[in-house]
Design a protein. Structure first.
Length: 109
């Protein structure tokens, strides 16, 4: 596990990631920036601290993960929407990043 800073629209989190998660978090391979929204929902025990741009404050420990819905809805051929929610700052009601989790379905016959 490697601790990496992951950017969100309202701040960032530092989290311990596997090599596979680190690769997935880089949207542009030749730029050294990692993004929270490009990953599956993180285990909150892996989040070490987070920063809120709105209140310009850093917080120890994990963010809150607020799940708004779990529709289990097919949104495209072979793709199911599992959850929609947000990572939010622990001590204030401020959004760090919106999250949407999908599951790929293999439609082999």
């Amino acid at each position: 596990m490697t601790e990496i800073q992951l950017a969100g629209s309202g701040g960032w989190v530092n989290a311990d990631l596997t090599d596979e998660q680190i690769t997935k978090s880089k949207l542009v391979p030749n730029i050294d920036k990692h993004f929270l929204a490009s990953l599956e929902k993180l285990d909150t025990t892996k989040i070490k601290k987070h920063f809120c741009k709105q209140c310009d404050s850093e917080f120890e420990g994990p963010t809150k993960i607020q799940i708004e819905e779990s529709p289990n809805e097919v949104v495209a051929d072979g793709l199911t929407l599992i959850e929609r929610g947000q990572y939010t700052v622990t001590n204030v009601i401020q959004l760090l990043v919106n999250i949407v989790f999908f599951k790929k379905v293999n439609n082999q016959k």
